[in-house]
Design a binder for this molecule. Structure first.
Ligand code: S3P
Ligand code: PEP
Length: 405
């Protein structure tokens, strides 16, 4: 369904409760399947987490995880250690184009039995679950950190734990650290020194855990506050003092756009304090999911930006670099891309009533929504947001956006 966002002025003060982090949820759901004593609160209501929950309890031979990248990667490792079970793990058309060879090779090196059903290196795959006997493996770390997290999540079920040697530059490091921290929280010992990660064979001590709300989802409100008038405030909950989510770097990045973040118990207050604007230069290899939000903020504010570290964007829900260039140029922007960087030139105008294509990518829809603070804009296939943030449009309406469905 396409929706029209009419030019809107948002409320001076508002507050929103954001669903749990899908990254934390999908890790903890897998750990809960391994250690059923774990109790979870504030689990994400996203499609990706619902798919993860369903897949973990499914007894079917074919498990379809649609667009959910973390579910695809984490469940590949999970089903590889389900002794005696054969599972065909598949996904959407796009999922069949997202590479999985590095993970499959690493699991095979540990003793797993996995076959490709269609194309070598890509889902769907047939996984013959068995006991894995080895514990040492090397893998390339520059394509997706999800392969590394997948191996770490099952490591406590391997007789001798795991020792991973990471080859090349390590991408999306905070997501690896999130996995290790969650393992530590349930009593599993780990170490990460230079390029070697170890999960020691240790007994888990499961306990109740509360998932922090999703920082990538918060990014759209950082963008909205950055574009709003000085004095505008939005409160978001439920956030913790020390986040495991790398996207909490938004707090520092959005200072650049005059947004101050004040932490209170269980929440953060975003406040627009200054309208001074400077060009932005940023390496986002540690926070790839907020790239679209930041580029669109810059475009709307008329600030140029140079973003690097974007090599993983090409293999996400869509090729996000090409999608950003295409849609920003429809709006009147001028964008240069390589396969790992994006340069946005100063923009002088924003064209009204442009129809933004979303390419089955939730973040395209959510990142472009703030355009409505300047002009009417159409967002195509708006339901796509449910991948990570099902109530996104309702929450926008609650802060003053005018939406025609
Ligand atoms: O482990 C995770 O939860 C994620 C890791 C990142 O992927 P890459 O490591 O492939 O960049 C990120 O983009 C994705 O949304 C979630
Ligand atoms: C890249 C994303 O998700 P995944 O890789 O889990 O599909 C995302 O949510 O932006």
């Amino acid at each position: 369904m396409d929706i029209t966002l009419q030019q809107s002025t948002i409320k001076k003060q508002s507050s929103i409760e954001i669903t749990g982090s899908k990254s934390e949820s999908n890790r903890l759901l897998l750990l809960q399947a391994l250690f059923p004593e774990i109790e979870l609160k504030n689990v994400s209501n996203s499609d990706d987490s619902n798919l993860m929950t369903k897949a973990l309890s499914s007894k079917d031979r074919v498990v379809d995880i649609h667009h959910a990248g973390t579910a695809m990667r984490f469940l590949t490792a999970y089903f590889a250690v389900q002794e005696g079970r054969e599972t065909i793990l598949t996904g959407s058309k796009r999922m069949k184009e997202r590479p999985i060879k590095i993970l499959v090779d690493a699991l095979r090196a540990l003793g797993a039995e996995i076959d490709y059903v269609e194309n070598e290196g890509f889902p769907p795959i047939t996984i013959h679950g068995k006991r894995l006997s080895k514990n040492k493996v090397s893998l390339h770390a520059n394509v997706s950190s999800q392969y590394i997290s997948a191996l770490l999540l099952i490591a406590s079920k391997l007789e001798n734990g795991i020792e991973l040697t990471l080859v090349g530059e390590i991408t999306s490091v905070p997501y690896i650290k999130m996995t290790l921290s969650l393992l530590n929280e349930i009593g599993i010992e780990t170490s990460f020194k230079n390029n070697v990660i170890k999960v020691h064979p240790s007994k888990a001590q499961p306990k109740p855990l509360t998932v922090e709300s999703d920082w990538s989802s918060a990014s759209y409100f950082f963008s909205i506050v950055a574009i709003s008038d000085v004095g505008t405030e939005i409160t978001l909950s439920s956030y913790k003092e020390n986040s495991l989510q790398g996207d909490s770097c938004l707090v520092d990045i959005y200072k650049h756009f005059g947004v101050r973040t004040v932490s209170a118990e269980n929440s953060i207050l975003l406040k627009k304090e200054s309208s001074e604007i400077k060009p932005l230069v940023l390496d986002l290899k540690n926070a790839p999911d907020i790239a679209q939000t930041i580029v669109v903020t810059c475009f709307i504010l008329g600030v140029p930006c140079d973003l690097t570290g974007l090599h993983t964007l090409k293999i996400k829900e869509t090729d996000r670099l090409v999608a950003l260039k295409t849609e920003l140029e429809k709006l009147g922007g001028s964008v240069e891309i390589t396969d790992k960087s994006l340069h946005l030139k100063v923009s002088k105008e924003i064209k009204p009533m442009v129809s933004i294509a979303t390419y089955n990518d939730h973040r395209m829809a959510m990142a472009f929504a703030p355009v409505a603070m300047k002009h009417d804009v159409i967002i195509e296939d708006a339901g796509v947001v449910s991948k990570s943030y099902p109530t996104f449009w309702d929450d926008l309406e609650s802060i003053g956006f005018k939406i025609t469905k």
